[in-house]
Design a protein around this ligand. Sequence first.
Ligand code: BGC
Length: 465
Amino acid sequence: MTSNYSFPPGFVWGTATAAAQIEGATTEDNKSPSIWDTFAAKPGTTKDGLNPEVACDHYHLYKDDVALMAKLGIRHYRFSLAWTRLIPDGTGEINQAGFDYYNNLIDELIANDITPWCTFYHWDLPQVLEDKGGWRERSILDAFSSYAKIVVSTFGDRVKNWFTLNEIPGFIGHGYKLGLHAPGAKESSQVVNQAFHHAMVCHGIAVKTVRDLGGPDARVGLVHNPEIIVPFIETPEHIEAAKAVFAQINEHTLAPIYSGKYPDSYLERCGADAPRFTEEEMELISQPMDFLGLNVYRGHFVRVGADNKPEVLPLPKAFPRAEADWLNHVPQAMYWGLRFCHELYNPNEMLIAENGVGYHDAPGMPTTQEVIHGWTHPERDYDSEILDTHRCQYLRTYLQSVHRAIEEGIPLTGYFLWSLIDNFEWADGYTSRFGIVHTDFKTQRRTPKLSASWYSEVIRHNAVL
Ligand code: BGC
C-alpha cells in the first residue's frame, strides 16, 4: 500500500459527538431541561419542530455505539457531558444517576481501548441557570466552577484529555445575539460582549480545575471555531492580506487566551459596549493550555483588492457546498487555519476537534451516471448501502490539507471527525446528517456509511487514502 499522505506515528484519529445531540432521554433519571430542550419546544425554533428528546437514544444504546466504534477501529472519542444530568439544579446537589451514566460510558470506552476526550460544555446550559441570567450574569462563574470541580474529581482518574467549552463565539453569537440557537435571545451588544467574556472566564476556570484536580498527566484545551480566511492566490501579498483578516476577525477569542489581554482594536470596536473584566479574570483566561482544538468546516477567500486592501470574495451560488448550505467546500481552510494560528499564537500543540459535512443522506440515495450507463452491479442491493461518496470526497480533501500543515512542521497531533452518527443538528433538526454512521431515527438502527469504511481504513493505515 502506498499513499503520499501518511501521517506521523501516534497521530490521534477520533470521532466527536455532543451530549444534547445524541443522548436523548431528556427527562429520564432526574435530568433537568437544558436551554436546548426548552428552546426546541417553542414553535418555529427548529426545522420541522423537532427536538432532542430522543435523538440517537445513545443514553440507552451507548454500549452498542462504543462497540461499533471499536469495530471501526476508532481509538479516540470526543464527547460532552450534560450538566443537566450531573447537577440538575445547575448548582448544589449532584444527581448520582448522571454520574453513573458517564462513569459507565467512560469505563465502556476504556474497556474497548478507546481513549475518552471529554468536553465540559457543548451548548446545553441548564435552563434553571438560564432563568437566572445564564451566560449574561457573573454568577455563572461560580456555578461553572462547582460543576467543573465535581466533574474533574469524579472522572479525572480515567479522563486525561479535556476540552473546555465548544465554540464560544458560536454559542454566544447564535444564542444571545442572533436568537437562532438556544436560548433564542437577541441581546444588546453590551450584554452579548459580557456573556462572551463570562464564557471566556469559564474556559479559564476549566483549565485551572484540570490543573488543580486532574492529576499530573491531565491535558486541557479550548475548542475554537475561527472563521478561516484563505488567500485565494498563494502569493506573499495575498497571504499577508488573508492573515490580516484572519487575525482581526478572530482576535477577541485567541488574543486574550494567548496574551492575557483583549486587543485594543477589539475594545475600541466595542466602545461603550466593551465587556467589563478584572485582571484576575484575564489571568484565568490566559493560563497556558496543552493544546488548541479547532473546529474546521468552511473557509472564505481573500485577495488584495483594487484599493490594496484585503477583500473578502463573495461565493457564487454554484460554489461547491454541503446541503448544510453555510458549509462551503474549502479544504484549504485546514491548512490556512492551522498555519495562521501557528504563526499568530504559536500553540505548542493543535488538534482538529471537529471536521465533517452534513447532507441529507438516506439509504438508496439516487446515483447519477452509474445508473444511466448501467455500470452498477445487477445483483447488488444498493438500497441497503449509504454510498456517501460526496462525504468521503470532502473529508479526503480536507485531510490532504491537514497533511500539508503537518509536512510543514505545524504541530498538529490529532483529528476528530464530526460526527460518529447522524444526530440532532440543533436548529436544523434531523435533516442535516453529519454522521459516518446512518441513524434511522424511527428504529434507532445504525448503518455505517461508505465513509465509515473509508475512515476505518484511513485510521488503520494512518494515511489519507
Ligand atoms: C458544532 C456541532 C455541530 C456542527 C455542525 C459545530 O459547530 O460544534 O455541534 O453539529 O458544527 O453544524
